[in-house]
Design a protein around this ligand. Sequence first.
Ligand code: PMP
Length: 409
Amino acid sequence: MVEGRKILGDPAAIKQQFPIFSEYPELVYLDNAATTQRPQQVINRINNFHQQENATIRRGVYQLSARATQEFEAARSTVANFFKAPQDDCIAFTQGATESVNIVARSIIKEKLKPGDNIVVSLMEHHANFVPWQMLSQATSTELRVVPITESGDLDLDKLNSLIDSRTAVVAIVHISNTLGTINPIKVITQMAHAKEVPILIDAAQSATLYPINLTELDCDFLVCSAHKMFGPFGVGVLYVHPRYHRQVQPYNYGGGIIRSVKVEGTEFLPYPHLLEAGTPNVAGVIGLAEAIRVIKKFDRESLVKQLHKLTQIARQKLADIEGLSLVGNPTLSSSIISFSLAGMHPHDVASFLNEDHIAVRAGQHCTQPLLDYLGWPATVRVSLSIYNNLQDVDRLADSLREMKDFLI
Ligand code: PMP
């Protein structure tokens, strides 16, 4: 590829970069909100690390260890640069978005909570950005305030604004809902929180890959995401902490790797981000994430997202045309995630039937039980598209659903 020239979106060509589709040529993979597939380049990078570079980081003075340490720290720069973080040392590596939220809750916010304070989350949060805050509020006798959604599936911004007050310790909001696909206006929400001097956490698990995030401009306080939803490996997450909070971060796990000195009398810790990376980290995984980012950066994300939104609109229309099918939510701004229900069929049965046609979708509550309770759906079928999906995939989904309906209902 010519340096600087981006690859435009040809799903067929993109698909070729992901070996799972050569392994299973029939596969229509529509569960990208759960995890994305891995490109060959990322698989090769992780393999090469294990075959040619394997060593633990930080401790060794020998060449292999020094090189692994260098690659690990280079990955931090790659991630920081990808999100336009103000400094490389804003990025800590964790096990995933879930762990990153737990760290913010227990190692940063907990310290500053006082009786009478409150925490603001929304009804559309994934359990990963709901339960840690619920647990924290229960443990500290503080209030958990839950922002409702509108009928269309948008966040109620006026209500959000009215729930944030001088006793709010943190606002924790998802960028893209993993169930409804709603894209929340994170810049507006960040400004809303900051206008009342309240820190804000953005859950970017569903957006980090394709929706460019400029942390320097956005100026949020915390951001979390997971490598495995970014064409990277399982078991690696990102936590971004703005420099204004670095000195307030407490260790999350105690152990080696985070230590300035240990005496029988007490221990002195390294500063953030190292004090969060206790024990031996997932070196190959972190290096794999950096490679995944190199893959993403080759694409023209703006045109890919436009194309993906167009494909999603077509999919929504084709699904809506199926008799007895109800789309769940119709957000003003929506990503490539669609939830629906088919009258007379349990979502799990729908997913099982689609599986017979090699179509992979998710059925259930998508770790958003408060949202589904509110909407009155026991479960939904969720379709989530990514850059390798094409019109043929959408047609196969719609055809299969129609056949299923004719056969069963
Ligand atoms: N937030 C959102 C919006 C998600 O979709 C997910 C994963 N489904 C998570 C958080 C948690 O990510 P992980 O399981 O990788 O920690």
